[in-house]
Each structure stands twice: as structure tokens, then as C-alpha cells.
Design a protein around this ligand. Structure first.
Ligand SMILES: [Zn+2]
Length: 494
């Protein structure tokens, strides 16, 4: 009925709306932190506003959830009326071939009944997900603890206000801490019985696919009964998990259960499985793959490819690709929230640099492992090109390299980037960051107003090399003359 790509893509729209909900909730919290932490400077003022603000935030979050639920209800209906109906119609072929009567989708009363109950069930599950939202926050003992949104919000703002008004930490530090806590966790839903929490988009995806697979299974079984067969072909896809080696093969129903684990979480059509099975008629149906083809395909799946000092099978490399995408989404959220909160410019640049590092690793890894990039899984967040440096901040040096304009020199920065700082008292410095984001070299077109220690060049132009110990602590920054190459590269400021 459906190929693995189609199954995987089914919950995409829903995931998107939950990602949007996640960002909006995080933004709500940051906005409140900024309004209060950025402006209220006395603890007593916060006590006056506290209850009112907490109530307002709860109300806003409730409205965001309602919005997401409305989209999800529409999407669930769409999945069954459009997506599912088209898959159903594909089975007509089998009926035509065997001369059996095919019941059109709309006329299949029994199926419509099942769909309406599965829809109801799925909507109920999604609603439950939204009723137990929160963040998993690292405790002092290192363990993660789930905090419902209302508690998280209240604790975050209370603690933040205390830190700021007592002078223990400044607003920017509290902002960074809150952004990190939220984006490292992601918006989660908890199962109170087990205490286990999952990211909302993952939970929503699971809820949709569980219902979807249930209906697909029912249709396949009806088809098998009508076609008087008990044999099924499982679909095959590349990058399947190692325990799902049986893709592409034919099995009787009983074996689907015994061998492929149909009906279990880890098995065929279970959690995160994109395999499916369709009835076939021995003697009439032709297998999609020959035995030799399957053997060859499976052998390729098991082959390991080296990247860095690790080896990856296809499945493992896809897993790593997914993890990089998750990291990139969190890093992009971080940039957005720091911007919203009015963070220090350098903190935003650093966050952007981290994203750019992951992003180029993603490009390199995908290319070397021969995997198509799936950028849409990252841009699903609707944040467009938030990871890029703003154009007005960029310039080129004399040999055409990108230079990023910043307002101060910091020891850590964006990996593999050159920044430029223009001093109020005159003079320009260029800072070179290495691949670990440490400042490794500084080139200045002047003597920092200290001619005695910089007896270099014509007007004091010189370089500093930064030397660190193995823990990254700065040991020294000796000054020296510029090399010919450095003069050429920075000819525009010398
Ligand atoms: Zn599978």
C-alpha cells in the first residue's frame, strides 16, 4: 500500500506544528524573562507582578496549545481522507488480476468505522501529549528531572529574578542559562506512570504512525482474506535497523508474527519502523526482488564505511545524520531565543558559530557517506537562514576572505572565522579563530597606543600569537613582525 518513504513522511506536517508550538512556548518564556528580568531591578517589584504574570503566561500557553491541537485535528483527518485513501486505491490491481470484487474506499463501511475510531483515539492521544508538557532539566546531581511548563516557568523566573536583583548574576547570564536549559531539553511530554519523557514532535509522530499502521494492517488482512491468501511481501528499504533484515521477503502471517515481531514495539510496523507488508498470491504475484538481489542489497547494508576514526554501516550513518539534524535544530532555536531575549552580541555570534560548525560537519559527513542531505528536517523549524551571519556584518580582506565585524575581542569565538574590531581610539585588529573556536592570532594595524612594546613595521603594525596550555588557558601572547603573507592578506587595513 505504502512505500517506506511515504510512511516516514506521513506525520511531517504534524511534527512541524509541534515544532512551532515548542518554539512559541520557549519564546513566551524568554519574553517574560526579558520583560521582567531586563527591566525590574527590585525583588519587591517582582513580588507585586508575579502572580499576574504567571497567570498570563499560563493563559498564553493554553492558547498556543489549542492552536496546535486544531492543526493536528485537521491533519489527522487529511491523513485518512487523502493519504490513506490513495494508498487504498493502489490495491485495486490485485483484485483485478484475480477477478475478485474491489470495494471502493468510501463504500467500505467496516473500514470507515475503524478509521473513525482510530482517528478519535489518535486525537485523544495527541491531546494527552499536550496536557503533560514540560522540560527535562539537569539537577545538581546531574540527573534529568521533568518539570511541567507551569513549574518550569515559575522556577525560572523566580530564580532569575532573585539572581538579577541580588546581583548574583546579570540578566545576560540568566538568559543564556534559561535558553540552554530549554533547547537542550526540547519541549517534552511526560508519561507520569513511568516518569519517562519524550520530545513532543517524536511523541506526536509515534501517535500518528501507530494509528496509521493499525489501519494499514487491517486493510492488508482484509485484502488477504478476500484474495484467499495467507502470504505477504514485506517492503524493503535501505538504512533499516539491523534486526529488520527480513525486508523484501515473503512470509505467511504466522511467520510475520514469529519472525518479524509484527505487533511488538521493536518489530515489523512497530515504533520507528517504516516497513510494511502486502498480500501476495503464490504462483500469480511476482516477487519485487530476487533472492540474489536481496542478498546483494543486504550485504551492502552491512558494509562499514570509515569516517574519521569510526566505521559506520548505512543504518549507523543515517542515525548520525538524524542526530546532527536534531543538534542543528536546537542550535538554531538557541540563536533565535538569544536574539529575542536581547542577548550580548558576542553570545549570539558564538551560538551562530556553533551552528555553522555542526552544519559544515553535516555537509561533510553526508557527502562522504553518500547520503543525500535532508535540510528540510532542519528548516522545518521555520527559522529560515537564521544560522547565517547578517550581510551588514560581513566584509572581505585583501585576498577575498570573509571577515566578521564584531564589537570586541574575545578569547573564544566562532571556529575558523576571522573577526574585525575597530577601536574607538583608532586602529583595527583582526582576530583569527582556530577550528576549536580559540583565538589563535591577532593582527593589528597599529601599536595599541603602546609604541614601546610594539616596535614593529612602519606605524606599529604587528601580530600576536596566542599560546594556551592543554586546558585552553592562555599562557602568553608574544608580539612579532608581520610576515609577507600576512601583509598581503591584510593590505586593505595596513
Ligand atoms: Zn522496519
Amino acid at each position: 500500500m505504502f512505500n517506506p518513504n511515504e510512511i516516514e513522511a506521513t506525520p511531517l506536517e504534524l511534527e512541524k506544528s509541534f515544532k512551532a508550538l515548542e518554539l512559541r512556548i520557549m519564546q513566551d518564556i524568554i519574553r517574560k524573562l526579558k520583560e521582567n528580568g531586563g527591566e525590574i531591578t527590585r525583588a519587591s517589584d517582582w513580588q507585586v507582578y508575579r502572580l499576574y504574570e504567571l497567570g498570563k503566561c499560563k493563559e498564553e500557553i493554553k492558547q498556543e496549545i489549542q492552536k496546535a491541537l486544531k492543526i493536528s485535528d485537521e491533519e489527522i483527518s487529511n491523513i485518512y481522507s487523502e493519504v490513506f485513501a490513495s494508498g487504498y486505491a493502489r490495491d485495486k490491481d490485485l483484485y483485478v488480476k484475480t477477478g475478485k470484487k474491489f470495494i471502493p474506499f468510501e463504500e467500505n463501511k467496516q473500514l470507515q468505522q475503524l478509521i473513525s475510531s482510530v482517528k478519535k483515539q489518535t486525537k485523544e492521544k495527541i491531546k494527552n501529549i499536550t496536557q503533560s508538557l514540560g522540560f527535562a532539566v539537569k539537577q545538581p546531581d546531574g540527573k534529568l528531572k521533568f518539570k511541567p511548563i507551569a513549574d518550569f516557568y515559575q522556577n525560572t523566573i523566580d530564580k532569575g529574578m532573585l539572581d538579577i536583583t541580588s546581583g548574583a548574576f546579570d540578566y545576560n547570564t540568566v538568559l543564556k542559562r534559561t535558553v540552554n536549559e530549554m533547547t537542550n531539553s526540547g519541549l517534552r511530554t511526560v508519561d507520569y506512570a513511568s516518569g519517562w519523557s519524550n520530545r513532543v514532535d517524536v511523541a506526536a509522530r509515534r501517535a500518528i504512525l501507530t494509528g496509521f499502521n493499525q489501519v494499514v494492517a487491517k486493510v492488508n488482512e482484509d485484502n488477504a482474506k478476500n484474495l484467499e491468501t495467507d502470504t505477504f511481501e514485506i517492503s524493503w528499504h535501505s538504512g533499516h535497523r539491523p534486526s529488520h533484515w527480513w525486508g523484501g521477503q515473503w512470509f505467511e502471517k504466522e511467520k510475520l508474527i514469529d519472525i518479524c515481531g509484527l505487533g511488538t514495539v521493536e518489530g515489523l510496523c512497530g515504533c520507528n519502523c517504516y516497513h510494511s507488508y502486502t498480500p501476495v498470491i503464490p504462483g500469480i504475484s511476482v516477487p519485487t526482488y530476487s533472492k540474489e538481489e536481496l542478498e546483494k542489497m543486504e550485504k551492502e547494508e552491512q558494509e562499514k564505511e570509515k569516517y574519521g576514526n569510526k566505521e559506520y554501516t548505512k543504518y549507523e550513518s543515517l542515525q548520525r545524520q538524524r542526530r546532527l539534524e536534531t543538534t542543528m535544530r536546537a542550535q538554531r532555536q538557541k540563536i533565535k531565543l538569544l536574539q529575542d531575549g536581547g542577548a550580548d552580541e558576542n553570545d549570539i555570534l558564538t551560538a551562530r558559530g556553533r551552528y555553522m560548525t555542526t552544519s559544515s560537519e553535516y555537509v561533510r559527513f553526508s557527502k562522504e557517506m553518500g547520503l543525500p542531505q535532508q535540510r528540510e528536517r532542519v528548516t522545518i523549524d521555520g527559522l529560515n537562514n537564521i544560522g547565517q551571519f547578517p550581510k551588514e556584518k560581513m566584509l572581505k580582506n585583501a585576498i577575498g576572505n570573509d571577515i566578521l565585524k564584531t564589537n570586541k575581542t574575545t578569547l573564544t569565538g566562532v571556529p575558523d572565522v576571522i573577526t574585525q574590531v575597530k577601536y574607538k581610539r583608532g586602529g583595527i585588529s583582526r582576530n583569527y579563530y582556530n577550528k576549536n573556536g580559540l583565538l589563535s592570532k591577532q593582527i593589528s594595524n597599529n601599536n595599541h597606543g603602546n609604541a614601546k612594546n610594539h616596535p614593529f613595521g612602519n606605524k606599529g603594525e604587528h601580530a600576536h600569537d596566542y599560546i594556551y596550555d592543554k586546558n585552553g588557558n592562555l599562557l602568553n601572547r608574544p608580539a612579532r613582525e608581520l610576515t609577507d603573507e600576512e601583509r598581503k592578506e591584510n593590505g586593505d587595513i595596513l
